[in-house]
Design a protein around this ligand. Sequence first.
Ligand code: 5AD
Ligand code: FES
Length: 353
Amino acid sequence: MTDNIKHLIDRLEQSQTLSREELTLLLECRDQQSADYLFERARSVRHRVYGREVFTRGLIEFTNYCKNDCYYCGIRKSNAAAERYRLSKEQILDCCRVGYGLGFRTFVLQGGEDGYFNDDRLTGIISSIKAGYPDCAVTLSLGERNRASYQALFDAGADRYLLRHETANDNHYARLHPEAMSLAHRKQCLFQLKEIGYQVGCGMMVGSPGQTTDCLVDDLLFLKELNPHMVGIGPFIPHHDTPFADEPAGTLELTLFLLGVIRLLLPNVLLPATTALGTIHPLGREKGIEAGGNVVMPNLSPVDVRNKYLLYDNKICTGDEAAECRSCLQRRMEGIGYQLTASRGDYRATVTN
Ligand code: 5AD
Ligand code: FES
């Protein structure tokens, strides 16, 4: 590690603004030594804000119908091989009941962009969850909708919204998505969600086809601009029934490095060690926490639909019951000196201790 890189990491930790050129240098000149230093600084920031707690969110994948056709995604509409399913309201509430018993206090409703789930149906589901579990947070991850819809879902009780921006570079966005989709619209959605009052999460895949250092620097600058409460990042992993079937996966090494950088860039951010990270390496999620992450999102979906919500190949946990995932993760986190918590796990705007 050169003094220069160490200096950049120190300045990031001191909340100084790095220029495009400096961020480029940091990403391009990284080595194992600088990564180790980065992770040490990222952990220290993370411990100051969140201690050794790891927040959990129970993920409910409630529909794999999707009207979009993103080139990377296994549930894109053109994938005729995907076996489609929707959970009923009763099935979703059942997942919450099981999850509540296991200690989950945040439920994430994630699905493709599925017209069946209009505002009426969704507000009914959200208000039932909030009525049954008033001490729980509801996070939505439903893609792009109009402002009135986001507002209606918020008014029904939704607390948070995850909408990964995928890439903050226009050309790269066009490489990953059909023409009908645009980065400008994605960003507009994110700013609207924030204005409405949601805790907002954005994020990107690491190593997606066509991604350059420049794209990643655009991502980091966008993160700074949006200043989200959460950032979801994980490696791109090819899915065999998509146009990107033969593309290489993103690496563990670069994903971890970016987790560390993001922890320093946004010290208070909620940063999950994602399932995709756990898929490309058996200890991916542990390493993600040790690089600065503070959230895990085990699956609460019924086991009989798990293997149908396949965004990428070889996804882990598709055969395991919710209780198994919960205790598995608990063991894994304890193994590296962290503690899974049963709280809502809200964003901490200021340091509490
Ligand atoms: N590899 C990794 N992540 C993927 N996602 C979708 N497809 C893939 C893939 N092939 C991510 C996207 C999306 C999130 C729900 O999953 O970033 O926003
Ligand atoms: Fe699902 Fe380990 S977290 S089996």
